[in-house]
Design a protein around this ligand. Structure first.
Ligand SMILES: Cc1cc2nc3c(=O)[nH]c(=O)nc-3n(C[C@H](O)[C@H](O)[C@H](O)COP(=O)(O)O)c2cc1C
Length: 276
């Protein structure tokens, strides 16, 4: 198997969804990149962010509600991870967010100089941060994507929120210069905390939305939402996904990517054998 996202070669179609593995420093101390094709660290912002007050994670049937609020130590701390990202045997794509166009532009300029980063996932869709959910407004989606496009030369994947009439939000991202899309971020939810729902519960909803857009766009799409098994991956690939992200499933099993990849390989072997 080999996979390609706008010229970025992936040895497998499995990608870490931004967030659950943080910036990777603790994860890769213990676990390996086996099974993975691309690493996307947790979203980085220009300034450090303390995030939302606890409690910030709540389990529910078939998923998890989180309201982390993009907690992170800011771009200058993130830059210190260069040795780790260079040491990995898979490509690394940055995930960025900002509350102003100026922040997006500054992040784009800084990351544009980093030869060890293969592209940017532009997170326009965190449901847990007031005032930063650009995804609600098609003209903002255009504006912020275009702002990044002007300063960033490598592939940009715009990560959007799950919405009815998804093309309304996707078209401005592509018009603004996105090379690809990540569909979708978490689903707004409430139990005892208000946040974004992830995990198996959201997958059928996301697959419906995904099916609606796939024939209408010709840029690569990374699917995100509820992947826990090889058959979940195959369902997204059958719908036309170019790569598939895994997020919440890492909480259940840190070796999930390796396990899914082994299953995918044996599935493809059987298929090839049947063809002969
Ligand atoms: C604890 C947690 C933190 C997350 N943080 C981010 C983030 O920083 N940036 C982002 O784009 N998405 C973030 N997400 C969303 C995931 O990347 C993913 O799009 C979403 O969880 C759906 O996929 P899943 O069901 O496989 O988890 C986060 C999700 C979780 C559960």
């Amino acid at each position: 198997m080999s996979w390609n996202l706008c010229g970025i070669e992936l040895r497998t179609p499995l990608v870490t969804a931004s967030g659950p593995l943080g910036w990777g420093e603790e994860f890769f101390e213990i676990f390996s990149t086996r099974g993975l094709g691309l690493f996307i660290p947790k979203t980085v912002t220009y300034n450090p962010k303390i995030g939302n007050p606890p409690p910030r994670i709540e389990e529910t049937i078939g998923g998890v509600i989180n309201s982390i609020g993009l907690e992170n130590e800011g771009i200058y701390k993130w830059l210190k991870l260069e040795p780790l990202y260079r040491s990995l045997d898979i490509p690394v794509m940055a995930s960025i967010a900002g509350s102003t166009l100026d922040e997006i532009s500054k992040l784009g300029e800084i990351i544009n100089k980093l030869d060890y980063i293969v592209g940017i996932e532009l997170n326009l869709s965190c449901p847990n941060v007031k005032g930063e959910n650009w995804s609600n407004n098609p003209s903002s989606i255009f504006e912020v994507t275009y702002t990044l496009r002007k300063v960033y030369n490598k592939p940009i994947f715009v990560k959007l929120a799950p919405k009815d009439t998804p093309m309304l939000y996707i078209k401005p991202a592509i018009d603004g210069g996105a090379d690809g899309l990540t569909l979708f971020n978490t689903f707004p939810a409430y139990k005892t905390i208000s946040g974004g729902l992830s995990g198996p519960a959201i997958r059928p909803i996301y697959m419906r939305l995904f099916r609606e857009v796939k024939d209408k766009v010709d840029v690569p799409i990374m699917a995100s939402g509820g992947v826990f098994s090889a058959s979940d991956v195959l369902e997204y690939l059958n719908l036309g996904a170019n790569a598939v992200q895994i997020g919440t499933a890492f909480f259940k099993d840190p070796d999930i990517a390796e396990r899914i990849y082994e299953e995918l390989e044996s599935f493809l072997e059987v298929k090839n054998r049947d063809r002969k």
